[in-house]
Ligand binder design. Structure first.
Ligand SMILES: NC(=O)c1ccc[n+]([C@@H]2O[C@H](COP(=O)([O-])OP(=O)(O)OC[C@H]3O[C@@H](n4cnc5c(N)ncnc54)[C@H](OP(=O)(O)O)[C@@H]3O)[C@@H](O)[C@H]2O)c1
Length: 371
């Protein structure tokens, strides 16, 4: 634990060395904090396509304990996992949510209080991005564990900073997992998503061949505009999609696939990958279970289907590894791992805007902002 603390202090020192800027808002000393805050919470389940009973509640500002900092939230990301959570069908732990459940898995803001200790003191007044594995980012204040906070780069504003953890770390983590398991080239589905675009840019930075699967011609154009090799972008709705993917995977030696879609997509990938291929399922955009997998394909081709989740990956990292990945991610936040924001949302119009986002998600990312 001593080592962890020392490393944590080092993170802050290095971060300060990286010329962090302070927010102009003076830090609130805990005694001056408001007693109550507004927070978006889900009170009951919806279903696979409809949000649950989502309400803006007035609840107490959280108490900040040792090892935690109190953040005045300025922006929070809206990602597919947040939508699943608001539908009442997904939690960070995979268990059934107990209602009312505080929503929002990541955001950015100003550190206005801490539970004691040097690390918390050093973070006071810093602009930070934070992860909220248990939810709660869609609120005016949140108490977050000190090691789930990254000081924001000086050039990053709060809305951009709100997207610093979930997708960027997933892009870094999945690619590292795939490479460390011996794969040298990859296929990815839903490649026009924010995360898909990060994987595309990262694959170019790291010189890793990647095949990008999208479902519409306009999405192919988008990726080619971002520098994808046109022949390496395939459209899943084309009649000859699977044979084309099989030939290209063989040519590029793409032995692993990152699948955000599930449903029949996973089966198509397993069929198309070369023998020994592995499909990492990391999303459920089709709202369907993995289905129609031919057992003969798995047996005779020695192929596997597995899951990948950010929380599971980070839980299995040693602290120095975690730090290394956080720094690697932070260094790329304004370039390869940036998120394009297409709409600003408030607590009051959240439900309408969230529904618009999930209706057509490509280049339609929204962020919740607080005054
Ligand atoms: N496992 C993990 O730890 C982890 C971590 C982070 C993210 N994720 C997952 O990563 C995925 C991408 O997240 P994001 O924030 O980058 O998403 P996003 O920016 O909201 O984009 C979603 C993309 O998926 C496409 N899409 C939706 N339904 C589809 C379907 N049935 N078939 C094919 N494409 C479909 C959308 O295209 P249209 O415009 O055509 O709708 C859009 O391009 C999500 O599934 C998310 O849950 C997983």
């Amino acid at each position: 634990m001593g080592f962890v603390k020392v490393m944590s202090v080092l993170v802050v020192l290095v971060a300060i060395g990286l010329k962090l800027v302070h927010d102009n808002t003076p830090p609130v000393i805990p005694g001056n904090l408001p007693k109550e805050m507004r927070a978006l919470r889900v009170h009951g389940p919806g279903n696979a396509t409809t949000l649950g009973d989502v309400r803006v509640d007035t609840i107490p500002v959280p108490k900040v304990e040792r090892g935690y900092v109190l953040i005045r939230v300025r922006a929070a990301a809206i990602n597919p996992s947040d939508i699943y959570f608001l539908r009442g069908i997904y939690t960070s732990t995979g268990n059934d949510p107990s209602f009312p459940a505080a929503a929002g898995f990541e955001g950015s803001g100003l550190v206005v209080g801490h539970g004691g200790g040097l690390f918390g003191h050093m973070l006071l007044g810093q602009r930070v991005a934070f992860g909220a594995a248990g939810g709660g980012a869609y609120a005016e204040y949140i108490a977050v564990k000190e090691d789930l906070v990254i000081p924001l780069p000086a050039e990053m504003n709060y809305p951009q900073g709100a997207f610093s953890m979930v997708n960027p770390l997933t892009a870094i983590g999945m690619l590292s997992t795939g490479l460390s398991e011996g794969h040298q080239a990859f296929v990815q589905t839903a490649a026009a998503s924010s995360l898909g675009k990060m994987l595309l840019r990262l694959s170019k930075v790291q010189d890793v061949p990647m095949i990008h699967v999208v479902r519409r011609a306009a999405q192919k154009q988008l990726l080619v505009g971002l520098g994808a090799v046109p022949e390496h972008v395939l459209i899943s709705t084309d009649n000859d999609f699977v044979p084309k993917l099989r030939a290209l995977s063989k040519q590029l030696r793409a032995t692993a696939a990152f699948d955000a879609v599930a449903g029949t997509s996973t089966a198509q990938l397993a069929e198309a990958l070369p023998d020994g291929g592995l499909v990492y399922v990391y999303g459920a955009l089709s709202n369907e279970p993995v289905k129609d997998v031919d057992p003969m394909v798995l047996m005779h081709g020695n192929k596997r289907i597995g899951g990948w989740h950010l929380r599971v990956w980070t839980d299995n990292l040693y602290f120095p590894q975690k730090l290394m990945y956080i720094f690697k991610t932070r260094a790329l936040l304004t370039t390869a791992l940036r998120t394009d924001i297409n709409g600003y949302v408030s607590l009051d119009n959240f439900v309408t805007e969230a529904n618009k986002y999930m209706g057509a998600a490509t280049n339609n990312k929204r962020v919740l902002v607080f005054k």
